[in-house]
Design a protein around this ligand. Structure first.
Ligand SMILES: Cc1ncc(COP(=O)(O)O)c(C=O)c1O
Length: 411
C-alpha cells in the first residue's frame, strides 16, 4: 500500500533535464558551466558561519517549534526595517526550515479535501513545489499563464469565476522564478479583492526579495505582500501569509532557514501542524539566523555581485536572445530567436553538446494547459549564480552557439 497521490507527482525539472541529456558527452576541453540550477553559489558570510559555530551548545536541547522569541523578534525587526510593517512576533511570525518545506506544508494545513473540487491556483511557469503540495493535499492545481507582453504578469483575469469559487489556496511568487517579475501594488489589490470575494488564502513566495538591480522606484526594492496589505489598509493581513528565506539573501541554502509571517489565524494552525510534523528549527540554525537577519552589509554586497553579473551578461545575450534586465531575482528568462523553431529542448541539448553550458529548457518549468501553448516553450532559464568570469564565458559561448544556429541554412 502506498499513498496513491504520490503517483500524481511530476518528475522534478532537473531530473527531466538529466534524462533528456543522458546521451550527451559534452566537449571535455571546455570547462563545464551550469546556469541550470538556481542554487546560490556566492560565499556564505563569515558572521553567519561564526554564529553557527558559537551556537554548538544548543545541540544539547530540543528546540521549540515556534522558535526562540529572540529569533521571532529579529525577524519582526527585519520586516519592519525592510517593509515598514509592524508584526507581533508572538502570533504573526514562525521560523521555517527554508521556504520550500513551508510552502509545501502550508498547503497541507489549508486544503480541505472533503470539499468537492478543492483547487489551488498557481502561476505558470512556477516553482514545482506548489504543484506537488496541491496534489499531495488532494487538490487540483489550476495554472495561470504569465503574459510575456505584460512583463510576465500572470493573467489572473483568465481564471473562470467557478474556479475561483472552489479555490482554497493561491500561490504567488514575487519576484518570480523564473521570470524575475515583481507584482506591483494594483495586482496585489486585485488578488486581495478576489481573496475577499472567494475566501481563499494567499501564500506569497518572496524568497528572491533581496536580489534586485535598481534602487529607484518603480524598480527599487520589490514590494512585499505584507507591505502591500498594509498600504491597502489590511492591517490584520487577513488570509495572507508571506514566505521569506535566508538562502538567497544571505547565501546560505545549506542552513535551511526562513520564516513565514502574516495572518495569525493561519499561523496558529500552521504551528499546530508543524508540531506534529516535527519541523522545529535547530537551535544552532536559529542563532545563525538571528545574526543573518540582523546584518544588511552582506546583503548589499551580495546584491552588488549579482548586479555586476547582470549588467555584464544581459547586453551580451541580448545580441542573440529576447532578453532584458528583469525586475529582480537571479534568472534570465530568455526567448529564443525564431530560427530555433521554438524548440528550446533541442537548443539546450545542442548548447550542452557543443559548448558544455547547461541552461534549463523553459517547458520543464511550466505546464501545457488545454488549448494553450506551454508558456515555457521557446524560452530558457539561466541562473547567474556562477562567478562573474564563468557567467561571462557562458554568455560568450551562448552568443557563438546561437549565431551559428542563426547562420545555418534552414533545411
Ligand atoms: C521560487 C522559489 N521558492 C522557494 C524556494 C526555496 O528556497 P529555500 O527552501 O532555500 O528557502 C526556491 C528555491 O530555489 C524558489 O526558487
Amino acid at each position: 500500500m502506498v499513498n496513491p497521490r504520490l503517483a500524481l507527482l511530476h518528475p522534478y525539472p532537473f531530473e527531466r533535464w538529466r534524462e533528456l541529456t543522458s546521451d550527451i558527452r559534452p566537449p571535455a576541453h571546455l570547462l563545464p558551466i551550469s546556469l541550470g540550477i538556481g542554487e546560490p553559489r556566492h560565499k556564505t558570510p563569515a558572521l553567519i558561519e561564526e554564529a553557527l559555530v558559537q551556537a554548538l551548545p544548543a545541540l544539547s536541547g530540543y528546540p521549540a517549534t515556534a522558535g526562540e522569541p529572540a529569533l521571532r523578534e529579529a525577524v519582526a525587526a527585519w520586516v519592519h526595517r525592510r517593509y515598514g510593517v509592524a508584526l507581533n512576533p508572538g502570533t504573526q511570525v514562525l521560523p521555517v526550515n527554508g521556504s520550500r518545506e513551508a510552502l509545501f506544508a502550508f498547503a497541507q494545513v489549508v486544503i480541505d479535501d472533503t470539499r468537492p473540487g478543492a483547487t489551488v491556483v498557481c502561476p505558470n511557469p512556477f516553482y514545482q513545489i506548489y504543484e506537488g503540495a496541491a496534489l499531495l493535499g488532494g487538490a487540483q492545481p489550476h495554472y495561470v499563464a504569465s503574459d510575456a507582453a505584460r512583463n510576465f504578469a500572470a493573467d489572473w483575469d483568465s481564471v473562470p469565476a467557478e474556479v475561483w469559487a472552489r479555490t482554497q489556496l493561491l500561490y504567488v511568487c514575487s519576484p518570480g522564478n523564473p521570470t524575475g517579475a515583481v507584482m506591483p501594488l494594483p495586482e496585489w489589490q486585485r488578488l486581495f479583492e478576489l481573496s475577499d470575494r472567494h475566501g481563499f488564502v494567499i501564500a506569497s513566495d518572496e524568497c528572491y526579495s533581496e536580489i534586485y538591480f535598481r534602487d529607484e522606484p518603480p524598480h527599487g526594492p520589490p514590494i512585499g505582500s505584507l507591505e502591500a496589505a498594509k498600504a491597502l489598509g489590511r492591517d490584520d493581513f487577513r488570509n495572507l501569509v508571506a514566505f521569506t528565506s535566508l538562502s538567497k539573501r544571505s547565501n546560505v541554502p545549506g542552513l535551511r532557514s526562513g520564516f513565514v509571517a502574516g495572518d495569525a489565524r493561519w499561523i496558529t494552525p500552521f504551528l499546530l501542524y508543524r508540531t506534529y510534523h516535527g519541523s522545529a528549527m535547530s537551535g544552532m540554525v536559529q542563532r545563525a539566523s538571528i545574526a543573518a537577519w540582523g546584518d544588511e552589509a552582506h546583503v548589499v554586497a551580495n546584491r552588488e555581485l549579482y548586479r555586476t553579473k547582470f549588467a555584464e551578461v544581459t547586453p551580451m545575450l541580448a545580441q542573440v536572445l529576447d532578453v532584458k534586465l528583469p525586475d529582480a531575482a537571479f534568472y534570465l528568462w530568455a526567448g529564443l530567436p525564431a530560427v530555433c523553431g521554438g524548440d528550446e529542448i533541442e537548443y539546450a541539448r545542442g548548447l550542452l553538446a557543443q559548448y558544455n553550458v547547461a541552461v534549463l529548457p523553459g517547458r520543464l518549468l511550466a505546464r501545457e494547459v488545454a488549448g494553450r501553448p506551454n508558456p515555457g516553450a521557446g524560452r530558457i532559464r539561466m541562473a547567474l549564480v556562477a562567478t562573474p568570469a564563468e557567467c561571462r564565458e557562458a554568455a560568450q559561448r551562448i552568443v557563438s552557439y546561437t549565431q551559428e544556429l542563426t547562420r545555418r541554412p534552414s533545411p
